[in-house]
Each structure stands twice: as structure tokens, then as C-alpha cells.
Write a protein that binds this ligand. Sequence first.
Ligand code: F0G
Length: 466
Amino acid sequence: MTNQTTILDPKLEQTVSQLRCIECGAVHKSASRTLRCPSCGDLLEIIYPAWKTSGGRAAGLNASELKALWRRRRSSRAAVDQSGVWRFREVLPALASGHQAISLREGNTPLYEMPRSARIVGVPHLYAKHQGMNPTGSFKDTGMTVSASFARQEGFRWVACASTGNTSASMAAYAARGSMRSLVLIPDGKVSWGKLSQALDYGAVTCQLKTDFDGCMRVLNEVVERMPVYLLNSVNPYRLEGQKTAAIELLEQCDWQSPDHVIVPGGNLGNCSALGKAFLEMRELGLISRMPKLSVIQAEGANPLVRTVRETSGKRLIPVQAETMATAIRIGHPASWKKAVRVLEATGGTVEQVSEIEIAQAKAEIGADGVGCEPASAVTLAGLKKLVKQGFVKPSETVVLVLTGHLLKDPEFTLKFHRGDLFSGTPLESQAAILAAHERAPIVLDASADAVVKTLEQAETLAEEP
Ligand code: F0G
């Protein structure tokens, strides 16, 4: 069986997409290498004009036909159907005839019930959509399968990104699968080893720059102007189209009954923009009648969207010098802030920020549900606690947390936490004492059954309720 399959079928000829500038509205057939509007320099988004002219049909199909087709494909053995992204190809830009998708069978991620976390937060209907269960361990794969496929179609030999780690891991994998080379720019010392080691193994040329993510992004934009490399950061609108499918898959898993709230971490703000776009489009196509409220949570030390919304009502970006141990979202100058503000407004969601201690505690709580995630993903549960306290989320409502990265992405954070070292020597040390109840340091013992039995008995007396 081949892992790459032609994705065009006759129906897809109707899935004609265009690039439109989010600011000036100009429509373009193709994008410049910086993926910005040639007229005004703002970001582009992909639109499907035929949906309007055909009365809300995608690829000629109405809502119930789309639902049935997507469901049928779940039992298909074709590679393109087994991808949890390309399964929804009627609402994605189509590759030209004869071109193939680069796929690692991304998507198809579980929606978990979160009973322990639900009890802690006081919201009984709490779920986690675990995007960390993608092939390279983060949500980036769903976008990368689409954007890398378009990069290859355009004939690029090199793809490139600036990254806090996950984008680089994903891009390197898809470039390798698609026989392209990849260039990674990451902030020196601020990317977890798990993510860095992935980029190396998948064969990326990996440059650790002596700056932060925002600095890497600046350098990359210059490189892209000078060299024929294809930019795969989330300013790439094809990536967001792929990431959109996580929301579609979620709705399908909910039998097309929208949850009341979806909560997502915010970094460069591409993902919340993609998920929000999906909800709006699913309503336009009649697949859902009501939209979830999409809310974005940031770390207190990397909170440009929170400040932008609170201090300028979303009119002007307030960049910050970002600092957080949740390195994936250590971003002070997010590219997609305008898209994010629009999604918040369109869905009625909100923004919130959480402290380092709150992130660490929430991460351990998600772990105790047997699910686990990387630190950046845990802001969702930490943020939910605040939204419940504020009354923005009601106990009767259904809430989905989007967990963006796998627990194994950042084992150093987890180990330090359980050893009680995460905050030692920092100004947060005294507050961190409240976390002791969650810590589970490894216990070093003599190699004797007696020692183990004694430990077991002690653990039993301290046993928490199941
Ligand atoms: N969660 C994880 C695990 C991430 O890796 C990222 C972003 C985010 C959340 C935030 O998503 O940027 O779309 O708002 N990581 C990027 C990277 C920046 O380079 O891997 P966003």
C-alpha cells in the first residue's frame, strides 16, 4: 500500500479556493513567498466562493450528504481517507490534478472524558480533544499535511519555519515524507529536548538562534525574501485549513451537537483562528446550528492577546517580552492576533491568563486523569477554573479542552515538577508548596521486596479517593 494518494476526485473539481486578505479584502490567485497580501501586507485566509453561490453546499454536497460521506470514509482503506484531515477534503483547498497529499495518517484524535478534572473544576461535562495524539505528538500535523503538500506542489525543495519546537518537529517529518529539505530556526535553550530531537531525527537543518521565538520569526522572514524556501509557520493559510479539521472532527464526535465552550491555548494564535474558522464554516454549511464559544488562554508572562483585548478592545496589538516555562507558547508578538480577535468576537468567547503555578498544577491534574499533556496545553484547564469562578462557564455547560501537545514532549518539566525542583530558586518557590500534594517523585530503594512492600503500604495509607 502506498502512503501517498491522489486526492482529487471528480466532485472536488468544485472545491475552488481563493486567497483573501483579512484586512483589505483583496483576492489573490497566489501568495508571495512571505504569504502576505501583496496590496497591504496583512495575512491571507482561504475562502470558498462556490459555497455561497451554491446555497451552502461544499463540493456540491449538502450538510447531510457531507456527514454521511465523511462517516463512510472512516471504514475506507484508502490512505487519503485514513487521514483525519483529508477525510474532510470537501472543505479543504484541492491539490491540482496529479498531485498527492503528504500524509502520516494525522488527525483521528480521541475525545476523552475527564472525570477527575471535571470534579475539580465543578463542570461535570468536561472533555479533552487530544491533539497530542497526532503522529509527531502535536496538533501541528493536521496543518502540516496540507501546507507541506502545497509546498511540494509549488515545486519547492526547501521548507522552513521559526518554532518553539512543535512546528519544527512536524515540519521536519512532513518534509522528509515528501522528499523535501527543511530549515528550522529555534530559540537557543528554550525548546524542549523532545521536540528538538524530533527535528534532528527527521533530518532538518536546525539552527538555534541566540534570540527568542519572535526574533527567530524576524530572521526567517528575511531569509524567505532572499532564498527560495517555503514558509510553513501558521501565517501560511494552508496550514490553518488543515488545523481546521480538528474542530470538524470534534463536532462529528459530538454527533454534530456543539459543545457550549471550546478552550484552547494561545501562542502565535494560528490554532484558535483555525478552529474558529471551522466553527463558522460548519454553521455556514448547515452542519451545526449553534456555535461553541471559543476561548483562548495564555500564560501570564506571554499574554499579548489578553492585553490586546483588555487594553485596546482588540484594535491594536500589544506585544510583550514573553517569559513562561510553557515554552511552546513563549510568544510575545503573535502573527495571527487579528484573526484571533475576530474569532473571539464571532463566537462570543473570551481570553484569560494563568500563572506558572496554575499551569503546573493543571498539568498534574490532567495527568491524574490518565491523559497527560505538555505544559502549554494545561493552560486550558487552569483557565477553565477561572472562567467557572467568573461565571462565564456555567456548571451545566459542556466544555472541551483542546490539548495541543503530548505529555512526552517536555519530560524535563514533568520530572522537575515531581521532584519539587520546578520552582526552586525562583520567586515562585514559596507559592509552589501548595503543589506538593500533586508531586510523585521516583523513590529510590534497595532491591528488596520488603522495601517495595513497605512503600506500597505507605502509599496505601495516603491513598487518595479513586
Ligand atoms: N500548544 C502547543 C503545544 C504549541 O506547540 C503551540 C504553538 C500552541 C499551543 C499555540 O498555538 O501558536 O497556534 O496559538 N507552537 C508553535 C511552535 C508556535 O512553533 O511549535 P498557536
